[in-house]
Design a protein. Sequence first.
Length: 138
Amino acid sequence: MKNCNNCKRSIIELHQNFEDWYNSEIPKQKNILKTKIQDFLNPNFQIVYPDATKQNKIQFSNMIYKDHGSSKSFNIKLKNIKIQKIDQNTYLARYQEWQYNKNKCFLKIQTSSVLQRNPKTKKIQFLQIHETQKKFKT
């Protein structure tokens, strides 16, 4: 796993799941939230926002659950995904996340994520996400 192709696939798949969740393309059900989003998050997951606030896996999942269907024309474009191996099962991912609503860009997020591979299952999970952002007028 020199360049961790599974890391890139996991990043793309999780963001597609976010898009589908916010657009109501998947049903608002706890078991679907688990398979489409929570299963990608390490039990010790945390997200750090630009204002330095953070959420753990439960807080983040609750927020996502409440926001189901909140943006019917929400779209995410990922650019410049770079993966750097830290140790045998840990990777640093850096990428740009461009968010669109009604074909207008309203947010660009520079993201750093720490990903871990479970040595037994080989599944990639997000351990930490750190976001910085620039808003655009719509």
